[in-house]
Write a protein that binds this ligand. Sequence first.
Ligand code: RET
Length: 250
Amino acid sequence: TPIYQEAGDVGSRTLWVVFVIMLISSIAFYAMAFRVPVQKRLFHILTAFITTFATISYFAMAVHDGVSQNEITIKQTQKHFPDTFQTVYREVYWARYVDWSVTTPLLLLDLCLLAGLGGANILVAVVADLIMILTGLFAAFTVEEGPKWGWYAMACIAYLVVVYQLAFNGRGVVQGKDKKTATFFSAIAGFTLVLWTIYPIIWGIADGSRNINVDSEIIAYAVLDVLAKPVFGFWLLFTHDSMSGTASLE
Ligand code: RET
């Protein structure tokens, strides 16, 4: 008999709660965008788009679109007995990867523009980020252990490129701006890097090695997503609005 690993009540309710948080944040960000002068609006619009995509993807997951079943066959070898095979069906929330492939580049754009990074560096960060999400998607759907961790390793290397762009190039170039912007960049980019690093860890113990159940996986990503999008967004926009001079973050 196959084993089904799927969301229970707690998981489904969590998806709806995050859907509402993303929706309310999006409305708030669009409202804030209207209130600032047009020269300051770029960060507001980017940030509002990020939570808009998250709203859509959480809706998709909550109504159970954007979810598929991965069929995994596990060979159980026992002494003196013939090999037995156990089939596991685990839910894969692929809507996350659609969301991440759009929103993580937009989040990076927020940070790169704040730092004042040049076009080439922005492009490298964004493309490395896309490679990270796409190879992560392959990792999620490949059921063979070898290729799965191969894809995962590729995604991690791409992630290191993103970290390098923010932590080294971003920090370097923001030093040339006013002190307030430099301090703020260090804080919010540091917050981002810590949060982002937890995603591959969760992935490894949830999707990767199936050591935690689907409900725990949903809750872990829910907490991270709320911190990485709405909390990040409010922090960025309130700070941006309070900074004197419209050009300070452009
Ligand atoms: C995967 C698995 C493969 C290895 C790595 C990953 C990194 C994912 C990241 C996701 C960030 C998502 C954010 C969402 C916002 O709400 C794809 C999990 C490195 C960094 C910030």
